[in-house]
Design a protein around this ligand. Sequence first.
Ligand code: PEP
Ligand code: MN
Length: 374
Amino acid sequence: MSPEPNIIFESNWMPQAAEPLVISGPCSAESEEQVLQTARELKKIGQVKIFRAGIWKPRTRPNDFEGVGEKGLKWLQQVKKETGLLLTVEVANPSHVQAALKHDIDILWIGARTVVNPFSVQELAEALKGINIPVMIKNPLTPDLKLWMGALERINKTGITKLSAIHRGFHYFQKSPYRNAPMWEIAIELKRLLPELPVITDISHICGNRSLLQETAQKALNLGTNGLMVESHINPDEARTDAAQQITPESLHLLLKNLKPRSLSGGSVFDYKLEQLRTEIDKLDGELLNLLARRMEVVDEIGEYKKEHNMTILQLKRWQHIVDDRLAIGSFFGLDKKFLIQLLELVHEASIQRQTDIYSQSKENEITTSNADV
Ligand code: PEP
Ligand code: MN
């Protein structure tokens, strides 16, 4: 059970919009022209109120492009001067904070790689003492709500009251169509604990590709998100970071136009509990299928081994052991015996079938080989 979070914040500090607020801009500031052109296009979309750009980039490998650094902040000042958009950048250490403040950045955000480390968050908190600038806190890479809340609490303790959370998905060890599995239930739980805290959904880092953006934005909207963060670039394919997930301002406009209001898309009043349970079921089913697929791979390897060693496919003693063992484990977990037997038999039948296929395939190969020998 998560303890109640201890946070005192202002709930209405974000720019208000009839539709969800949109934060957009490139993953990375690359050149003055790229930043300004993107911002000018974004300005034409009324829903975009805040311009984002990565100035210092947290990269996996040291020789990758690590951002343009402080000179990019001057380009952002130019964006503000020309378009009036508010500015936000990621800060990961106190010197980033100082530089951002010196260049009129309106809102800071703390990235997922920083939020995993309470030492870093604490250093940022110290650097922010006495400055009431708004701060948005991304979820940590790992699916750990306490760590996310802990970062919000640390920043709040130094006097920052204009806070928001950004849900950008989580690292997930299983195969998933997303770059970062959304695990909506975690964002929902945060919203349940802190109903007034604005939560923004960063669909770009959740999806990692363009094709999932629309449905993910709709899902976020249906769940009652307060806003979207979407990476945009004047020429996405040429972007120096996160090229696969960035879209042109024009595509962003289209994406926003295609969003259905929450009431029309089937989820008028959001039922947190039900949605939380459903996303949990979706995740568990995904894990079940993944495990079954991995089990079948091992079954195939055993099939190859049996074939090589001239063993029969069905090894009765082994099968009896599996049944006894799995029934004992399953009943320990409170699963019904009849259900377990049916499930085991089904899996067993499919496994035998796969091994039989392996045998007959090898036979065919043998025939072709022997034919070839003749
Ligand atoms: C980003 O927004 O460009 C970024 C690096 O995000 P995250 O911290 O979510 O990976
Ligand atoms: Mn990015």
